[in-house]
Design a protein around this ligand. Structure first.
Ligand code: ATP
Length: 335
């Protein structure tokens, strides 16, 4: 169990991580998700031991690793960190890059060779062992960074936006790769990203951060389907945030774009629909994206492509009660 208790980090007096409490079960895959500047990287560096907290403590398996003024250094934690830039040694081959951490630990030569071969096979680098980083694609370099981090058999793998330098296709492939390796070796993973799709595709647990504080923690289904605040509803996947009266509620609520019913005629029975006018329609191939003005609000809706209504047409919007999530009031600003 990786445990953070009331962790605070300030830069120039300004709290960047502001009282974070978090329990990460052994072997879990956790994503720290939030907009730029919310403190994700700082939190990861605190976990790694690169930064000392101003208050609170971080422990693993009940053993305290960080407290103000008392930090076990990164090399003495069983943690590996992968940076956005990969940070490979340009003058070393793939094999030498991957073996580096084991050489530092002065392991016997044949043990090093065995472990390097096993991990390089697991990340499909076995045919590229004698290449230099400059002779590899971005995705291959990412695999070297993964192999180099995993070969030392960490208890915890920390990843800071590891896919941001890759193109869209490769990013998607590497997401699955990172999850597959996690499932194969069962270390604890903490993955920093601002991309909700990446967090949802990889993690068991998503921690949404805002202004240095945890806004919500939950499974991808929880965070997406039952956002507790307007901030989470909007940040994770985009959602409509609408006044309660739209759904017969007394508080604002959120509803996903695909959960709003778009009707081209007022239904005879059922939930009282809200009348509106289509202001924009975009064809996305597998779906259509609509913007509808209704009751003084702008509502976004995603429909199957068969539902085809022209801009300017009158429509009726239905808000199924089981899809409407009451929101807790959110203080403005703070990101
Ligand atoms: P991004 O997605 O843009 O990397 P982030 O959520 O990872 O953002 P952090 O890198 O943790 O955010 O930074 C949080 C805040 O702390 C930012 O406002 C940043 O400018 C500030 N900050 C980070 N490191 C330092 C530092 N060493 N000295 C002063 N301020 C810092």
């Amino acid at each position: 169990m990786l445990e953070l208790r009331n962790v605070v980090k300030r830069f120039g007096g300004v709290p960047v991580v502001d009282g974070v409490d978090l329990m990460i079960p052994d072997g879990a895959f956790v994503a720290l998700l939030g907009p730029s500047g919310c403190g994700k990287t700082t939190l990861l560096r605190l976990i790694a031991g690169f930064l000392s907290p101003d208050a609170g403590e971080i422990s693993v398996g009940g053993k305290r690793l960080s407290a103000p003024g008392a930090v076990v250094p990164p090399e003495r934690r069983r943690m590996s960190m992968i940076f956005q830039s990969y940070a490979l040694w340009p003058h070393m081959t793939v094999e030498q890059n991957v073996a580096y951490g084991l050489r530092l630990r002065r392991l016997p030569r044949d043990e090093i060779a065995r472990r390097v071969a096993t991990i390089c096979a697991a990340v499909q680098l076995d045919t590229l062992m004698q290449r230099y980083p400059g002779e590899l694609s971005g995705g291959q370099q990412q695999r070297v960074a993964l192999a180099r981090s995993l070969v030392v058999e960490p208890q915890t793998l920390l990843l800071d936006e590891p896919l941001s330098n890759l193109d869209a296709n490769l990013r998607e492939e590497m997401r699955f790769e990172i999850r597959r390796l996690h499932d194969e070796f069962r270390y604890t993973t903490v993955y920093v990203t601002h991309d909700q799709g990446e967090a949802m595709a990889t993690a068991d647990l998503i921690v949404v951060l805002r202004g240095g504080r945890i806004e919500q923690t939950g499974t991808p289904e929880d965070i997406y389907g039952r956002p507790r605040s307007e901030f989470v509803a909007r940040f994770v996947g985009g959602a409509n945030v609408l006044p309660g009266r739209f759904a017969g509620l007394d508080a604002p609520f959120s509803i996903r774009l695909e959960d709003v019913a778009l009707l081209s005629a007022a239904p005879a029975a059922g939930i009282a629909p809200i009348e509106g006018t289509v202001v924009r329609r975009v064809f996305l191939g597998s779906a259509r994206d609509y913007v509808v003005e209704a009751g003084g609000e702008v509502v976004r809706i995603t429909t199957p492509p068969q539902i085809d209504v022209q801009p300017g047409e009158r429509v009726w919007l239905g808000f199924p009660p089981e899809r409407c999530h009451r929101l807790e009031p959110t203080a403005s600003g703070g990101e």
